[in-house]
Design a protein around this ligand. Structure first.
Ligand code: NIG
Ligand code: FE
Length: 424
């Protein structure tokens, strides 16, 4: 059986992001995109086998495949941008229903936390998700993954956290695993039983933490259903102490730490992430200077979610300070039904540029190689280098800055996933 072959040639700018597979890019490094003008890339069996100028790629392929014709799919990029597939390192993909009525409540003055404390928000999605079958969740989430793919995302992280009982959390994670098996987009799972205190434990939050630590985490680990453990560390949700207990237990069971940190109040989530050596700390709208410095020292990736700040009408994270402190920054949709109902990474990238002052080059790094590192995939995806998975995009743009300039439309023309055209 011959392996599937693909060649893309004639890129105006081939954005490789080469050289950061071992560690994410920081500081000025975030602006180094490794662009090859007039470049090409080739894949065989879903893996990149050649990257370079069109002439270099042709030479490599003649050595490898002999003289053309090569029995390969050949795509002409027509002098446009070719880049790695986007990686979305923070989503709440698997849930049932929607919460458009909450937007109207917020427009009338209610806050996100007031809605949650009144039993709405995450808790109302929990009710809907508990009531849904695995088949229904699979179907709804597939529709979301289709949108992600059309918007250039080739890998997503997906958190549980709308089950809030052992059985229901495992159900959500099983659906995520099933999606990974059935959809072209790769799905990386995170256990987030500590997303909210369920109504049943309203008067006994520590009892719920006990359940997460003693029952949920061991079961998730035993069934191999997640790689990461995440906590909503926030005033009125999980305290720093409770979050630390949950994340340390997760780590004992082999789940690497992630944290929803300093989103609404400056609680010290960034500091906790650094202390634990978390893979990422996410949100960070209210992170302190000390927390940011600690993250830089500990090498924690900052996953910034400007869609959430936009949709909650909150001040954006201090991306410039975070980058200048030497923290590697990644971007994500935070796709969820309450605070960021979008699958569009291109919109997130626009918001990062125009509302957080990230440059077009930094935005690309944050949505590819740094995002891959935020989910422990830096060696496999996020850049165009020989040996990596052939996940890549042909964009409807002649150059990188154009991507942040022509806004509000989908800039993705062709999506290649594991060496095959998955959307065009
Ligand atoms: O990342 N902040 C907590 N969790 C999600 C929102 C979940 C929801 O509202 O359903 C977030 O913003
Ligand atoms: Fe989130």
């Amino acid at each position: 059986m011959t392996l599937e072959r693909l060649v893309i040639r004639n890129a105006g700018q081939l954005v490789t992001l080469a050289g950061s597979s071992d560690a994410p890019k920081t500081g000025a490094g975030m602006s180094e995109l490794g662009i090859i003008e007039g470049g090409g890339v080739a894949a065989e069996g879903g893996i990149i086998v050649a990257v370079g100028t069109d002439e270099e790629v042709e030479r490599i392929l003649r050595d490898r495949w002999g003289d053309p014709p090569w029995n390969a799919t050949v795509l002409d990029a027509k002098r446009r941008v070719v880049m790695p597939g986007l990686v979305d390192p923070h989503t709440h993909l698997v849930f049932a229903g929607s919460r458009e009525y909450e937007l109207e409540m917020r427009l009338n003055g209610a806050t996100y936390m007031e809605i949650l404390q009144a039993g709405g928000g995450i808790l109302s999605t929990t009710q809907a998700t508990r009531a849904a079958t695995e088949e229904e969740l699979h179907q709804e989430s597939t529709t979301r993954l289709d949108q992600f793919l059309l918007h250039g995302v080739t890998t997503v992280e997906a958190k549980s956290g709308y089950g809030l009982t052992t059985v229901e959390e495992l159900k959500q994670l099983r659906v995520a695993r099933w999606l990974n098996e059935t959809h072209p987009v790769d799905v990386v799972s995170t256990f987030m039983g500590a997303h909210a205190i369920p109504s049943e434990y309203k008067t006994d939050p520590d009892g719920y933490v006990d359940l997460v630590v003693k029952e949920m985490i061991p079961r998730v680990a035993e069934e191999g259903l997640a790689e990461f453990c995440d906590v909503f560390c926030e005033a009125g949700v999980f305290s720093v102490e409770q979050s630390e207990r949950i994340l340390r237990t997760g780590a004992e069971y082999g789940l690497a730490s992630k944290i929803h940190a300093d989103e609404i109040e400056p609680l010290g989530g960034a500091e906790l992430a650094a202390r634990l050596g978390a893979v990422s700390a996410d949100h960070l709208l209210k992170a302190s200077d000390a927390g940011i410095r600690a993250m830089a020292e500990a090498g924690v990736v900052a996953v910034l979610l400007p869609g959430t700040a936009f949709f909650l009408m909150a001040p954006f994270a201090r991306a410039r300070d975070i980058i200048e402190a030497g923290v590697p920054v990644a971007l994500s949709t935070d796709r969820n039904p309450g605070s960021s109902p979008t699958e569009s990474m291109p919109i997130i990238m626009n918001l990062a540029c125009l509302n957080m002052n990230m440059t077009p080059a930094e935005v690309i790094t944050a949505s590819t190689i740094n995002a891959a590192h935020a989910i422990g995939r830096g060696r496999a995806i996020g850049s165009l280098e020989v040996g990596k998975q052939a996940d890549l995009l042909i964009m409807d743009a002649p150059n990188v800055p154009y991507l942040q300039y022509h806004f509000g439309v989908n800039p993705v023309d062709v999506v290649v996933k594991k060496g095959k055209v998955a959307a065009a």
